[in-house]
Design a protein around this ligand. Structure first.
Ligand SMILES: *[C@@H]1O[C@H](CO)[C@@H](O)[C@H](O)[C@H]1NC(C)=O
Ligand SMILES: *[C@@H]1O[C@H](CO)[C@@H](O)[C@H](O)[C@H]1NC(C)=O
Ligand SMILES: *[C@@H]1O[C@H](CO)[C@@H](O)[C@H](O)[C@H]1NC(C)=O
Ligand SMILES: *[C@@H]1O[C@H](CO)[C@@H](O)[C@H](O)[C@H]1NC(C)=O
Ligand SMILES: [Cu+2]
Length: 402
């Protein structure tokens, strides 16, 4: 693990005074700054995998096999279709999860959803949140490659772009055959979502979106969501599903969405993204800003992507990987961590938190020797310490926004 990067903030400081980012509107200025950081971080990984300029022991990750993850808009139509086809392939292959363990897991795609449902309370607001989701997203991409012949890399969803255009008009959600499918059928005006209303903390209100029903456009319009719901946030504050410990039964239904551009505009615009990358000085603050402190009234960029796309299963913390856009969202979550790590090299290999959701019930602090595992979806288990760099341990990838 060697995120041997930049001379930290010193290297970034000049960006802010650079004539390249001279007065524009706040969103463009923040976007330009994120982009400059992205270039620094990308350049740093290239250097890190180059034996000539790196101090790391000769690993298996080299310039030759380095995967470059790109934003959805930067993929050609052919690349997008190849990715979509591989996801559909995974959704057509039989599951490896025994029916006695998860009767609703019918496909290889479902294996990943079942694993996430099973572990939700020990992988969010925990010390393994970032590393668990990094490896999960990577294993999913490897399944696309190794089991479905995909030769590309895992794309990401830059929320900042969609905060400018609105989700409905974005390449990811416009419903075309090169999108990840569009909105759900509009269910009419509905009351606000009230997240956390059952926890005793002040609820976080989100306006209902522009959909709410079944997705009827794009490649995933006929997809079946087989698992869940477990804890599905609904307009008005109700929660669907039978709660933790359930959701593994067979419950086939349409993929639904409830696009909420207002949520992405408010909580995942370039200003909030930039703030999350440059401001937190330790990983605890970084991951809490990203996930939103419950009861604080702030959703965070993580929740913004989930609730911004929404619907069933998108509005369900347990079952959200049941919407294939999950993996584009979590690649961007991972990219945000990657950028934060590049800017904070002294903190890049640290973790913080315990083994339970907001330490409830109380549990031990997470350590670098703790294992993360993925049930029947994929393996093998790995120590968190192996998962801190994108070019070490099992990984060999970087992000480019060009
Ligand atoms: C990244 O590397 C490229 C090619 O060497 C160089 O042109 C560019 O200025 C670098 N960008 C940053 C931000 O260091
Ligand atoms: C961006 O997000 C911040 C923080 O939520 C908010 O104060 C600001 O108004 C947002 N900007 C736009 C253009 O919506
Ligand atoms: C767990 O981590 C917290 C925060 O770093 C620290 O204050 C506490 O002492 C740790 N607990 C144990 C048992 O190591
Ligand atoms: C859920 O986790 C338990 C404990 O690790 C395991 O025995 C079980 O097989 C898992 N179920 C699924 C669906 O992954
Ligand atoms: Cu998750």
């Amino acid at each position: 693990m060697h995120i041997r990067v930049l001379t930290a903030l010193a290297a970034v400081a000049p960006i802010f005074g650079s004539p390249l980012v001279a007065p524009r509107d706040a969103a463009s200025e923040a976007a330009a700054q994120v982009s400059a950081i992205a270039q620094l971080a990308y350049n740093a990984t290239l250097k890190d995998v180059d034996p000539a300029s790196s101090k790391r022991s000769a690993g298996s990750c080299t310039l030759k096999n380095l995967q470059v993850r790109r934003e959805w808009n930067k993929l050609s139509s052919g690349d997008k279709k190849a990715y979509i086809k591989a996801v559909q392939c995974l959704q057509s292959k039989p599951s490896k999860t025994p029916a006695s363990v998860a009767p609703g897991a019918k496909t290889r795609y479902d294996d990943f959803v079942a694993t996430h449902i099973n572990q939700t309370l020990t992988i969010h607001y925990t010390g393994n949140f970032l590393s668990w989701h990094r490896y999960y997203t990577w294993l999913y991409g490897e399944a696309l490659r190794n089991e479905c012949g995909y030769t590309g890399t895992q794309p990401y969803w830059d929320w900042g772009l969609t905060a400018i255009t609105g989700l409905e008009k974005s390449a990811i959600f416009d419903g075309s055959d090169t999108s990840m499918s569009g909105n759900g059928i509009y269910q009419g005006p509905r009351p606000d979502y009230a997240l956390g209303a059952s926890t005793g903390l002040p609820p976080l209100y989100l306006p209902a979106g522009t959909g709410g029903g079944c997705v009827t456009s794009g490649p995933f319009k006929n997809m079946k969501v087989n698992l869940g719901p477990v804890a599905l946030d609904l307009p008005g504050g109700a929660v669907g599903g039978d709660g933790p410990g359930t959701g593994l039964a067979y419950n086939p239904r349409c993929l639904s969405r409830d696009l909420k551009s207002a949520v992405v505009k408010k909580y995942a615009n370039y200003t909030t993204i930039l703030h999350n990358i440059i401001s937190p000085s330790n990983v605890y603050d970084f991951q809490m800003e990203m996930q939103g402190v419950p009861g604080s009234g702030v959703l965070g960029i993580h929740g913004a992507g989930h609730y911004g796309s929404g619907g069933d299963p998108g509005d369900d913390v347990f079952v959200s990987p049941g919407d294939p856009v999950f993996y584009l969202h979590h690649a961007q979550i991972d990219r945000t961590w990657f950028l934060w790590q590049a800017l904070h090299p002294g903190q890049a290999e640290t973790i913080a938190g315990t083994n339970t959701f907001m330490n409830n019930p109380p549990s031990a602090n997470t350590t670098l020797d703790d294992l993360v595992e993925f049930g029947y979806a994929a393996g093998p288990p790995r120590t968190i310490g192996d998962l801190l760099s994108t070019v070490d341990g099992p990984f060999c990838y970087t992000y480019s926004d060009l």
